[in-house]
Unconditional design. Sequence first.
Length: 204
Amino acid sequence: MEKILVTGFEPFGGEQTNPSWEVVKALPRTIAGRSVVRERIPVSFRRGPAAALAAIQRESPSIVLCVGQAGGRAKVTPEFVGINYADARIPDNDGEQPQGRRLSPGAPDAHFSTLPVRAMAQVMVDDGVPAAVSHSAGTYVCNAVLFSVLDALFSSRSTARAGFVHVPNSPEQACRLAGEAPSMPVALMLQGIVSGLECACSWG
Ligand code: PCA
């Protein structure tokens, strides 16, 4: 059976939970006839990409979807592009805070996601889940994981397709935040991720 590798992150930035892992944990065992393999990865510029790449090596998935939390966003957002750049606003979970530097000198400036991001956002919306394509995954660990995964698959001429989806804060997180703090129930995020993966499986 073909495999879908889905990654979620551990908590970071002083939070108790990370909704990306809550969603990944709750995924069904199979989607569109492919088995779902899940991996929790560290919020670390060094260890995060390495953990995602190790899971790809181990599992040889046909589809890779990394999921992360984007506090402040109100929608589920498939990411269009990963860029070869790091500029951390806060230290990662190893205390590293790279600023204004390339992730991989010599690699291309950017890689576009090889998942059908526009179609994925559309099926999510059709399914009643607020969603939109994002054209920037930021310059923190999520972007580093997306760029590194796409660069590794591109360099090895892999036929596996890969991408990233950011999810909003959960309501539990928003309750502890001051001021405007958009959130979404994890069950709704889950519905969006499942619809998006079904779309990715049926495509190309
Ligand atoms: N979000 C962060 C890193 C881990 C996560 O869940 C980001 O958007 O870079």
